[in-house]
Design a protein around this ligand. Structure first.
Ligand code: NIG
Ligand code: FE
Length: 412
């Protein structure tokens, strides 16, 4: 199957097969007036300074006319909790009264509310809900996304959730990468028996997830009143022994030292990092850990914004993701986080583009395969209702996606 995307006004893309860090995070390629040929789902040609290929090449191809618009790689959302039942709009009133996120969780609400609903949900319910969210993601330009479990918190319900992710992967165009996150909260039945829950995660959940090959990564919510540093380290080490690569929710609400732990266990990525200190960040820089920053969550929880600028200067590759979940960030679109990354983190449009494409892919260990528009990579593109990259960061709060191409096929 061959697809030609012609009449591209501007192609903007990072380059390479690895995370970009430091000055390189903002060094992207921009080609005015070009075309792209995709064969069997892979990018075969990037046209240089021609807006259409040889007519012979077009003969047996599906032709998509970009109409002079901006084209970028498909967006990679490297951090979501999209598989759940149990939205939490009722918590909005509490939030407006000033009750904090961790306070709501301590009262048995928050994540635990969603856990109750997810346990009651059938696999078919979860798949249907996931499909709705993924449809919204796709319409906003996401072509690859990570999905964490963590609303089951029993062996059976964690496996049910990850099996639903596997099913969803084959049902719709967005490619999914699964993360096991049994250590997302302490379930009610284990309150005051935290160590026993850690044993359940390590001795039963992780071996079962690995045996059924249901996840690539293992993640932990390392936070005050959730999992402490020692427990987080133990769970991540156990995951690694079973072939699940470490990720960690670190220093989101309190400065616990999660960033340093991420560096010590050579985590693929550390997420949130709002209160990460310089020592922790230096360890992450040394271990090549990707910082997955979630500005939508800072916005929605009224938290501070992570020190993205400092992280780039320290040579940490920065990715931006949605954190889509029913509590701290009920939003599937990467476009508002992109705007926030520019305006609140003070990253340049080029740095943000790298953060939501190549560096997002690096956080999912698939930067060799996607995240840039280069020959051999996946034919995942977004055609925008925008003439240039700056426009995406300027015209905000609306969906600027015109067309999404996934593996060479127009899916929107
Ligand atoms: O990344 N921090 C922990 N987990 C999610 C929130 C999940 C929820 O509130 O349901 C997060 O913000
Ligand atoms: Fe999260």
């Amino acid at each position: 199957m061959k697809t030609v995307v012609k009449n591209i006004g501007l192609l903007a893309t990072a380059r390479g097969k690895e995370a970009r860090k430091g000055r390189e995070q903002g060094e992207i390629q921009q080609i005015a007036g070009t075309y792209i040929v995709i064969i069997d789902g892979r990018i075969a040609t990037v046209g240089g300074e021609h807006t259409a290929p040889d007519p012979m090449i077009c003969e047996d191809a599906t032709i998509i006319d970009a109409g002079g618009a901006l084209v970028t790689p498909g967006l990679v959302d490297a951090h979501t909790h999209l598989l759940f039942a149990g939205w939490r709009q009722k918590e909005l009133a509490l939030k407006l009264q000033g009750v904090s996120y961790l306070e709501i969780l301590k009262q048995g609400g928050g994540i635990l509310h969603t856990v109750n609903a997810t346990r009651r949900a059938t696999p078919a319910d979860l798949v249907a809900a996931g499909q709705e969210s993924l449809g919204r993601m796709l319409r906003h330009g996401t072509t690859t996304c990570e999905v964490k479990s963590g609303y089951g918190l029993t062996v059976e319900d964690e496996l049910k959730s990850l099996a639903a992710v596997r099913e969803l992967n084959g049902l719709q165009p967005v490619d999914l990468v699964a993360t096991f996150m049994g250590a997302h909260a302490i379930p009610v039945e284990y309150q005051n028996r935290q160590q026993e829950y850690v044993r359940l995660v390590c001795d039963e959940m992780i071996p079962a997830v690995a045996e059924q090959q249901l996840a690539v990564f293992c993640d932990v919510f390392c936070e005050d009143h959730v999992f402490n540093l020692a427990e987080s380290g133990e769970i991540l080490a156990c995951g690694r022994r079973y072939g699940l690569l470490p990720k960690i929710h670190a220093d989101e609400i309190t400065p616990l030292g999660g960033a340093a732990l991420a560096g010590e266990v050579r985590a693929v990525s550390a997420e949130h990092l709002i209160y990460a200190d310089d020592k922790g960040l230096a360890k992450m820089a040394a271990s090549g850990t990707v910082a997955v920053l979630l500005p939508g969550t800072s916005f929605y929880l009224g938290e501070d914004f992570a020190r993205a600028r400092a992280m780039v200067e320290m040579g940490i590759p920065v990715a931006i993701a949605t954190d889509f979940n029913p509590g701290s960030c009920p939003n599937e679109s990467l476009q508002l986080p992109m705007n926030l990354a520019c305006l609140k983190y003070r990253l340049t449009p080029a740095e943000v583009l790298t953060a939501v494409t190549l560096n997002g892919a690096a956080a999912l260990c698939c930067a060799h395969d996607r995240g840039t528009v280069e020959e051999g990579k996946a034919g995942d593109l977004v055609i925008w209702q925008a003439p240039d990259l700056e426009f995406l960061f300027y015209h905000w709060g609306v969906n600027l996606v015109k067309t999404v191409i996934k593996g060479g096929e127009p899916v929107l």
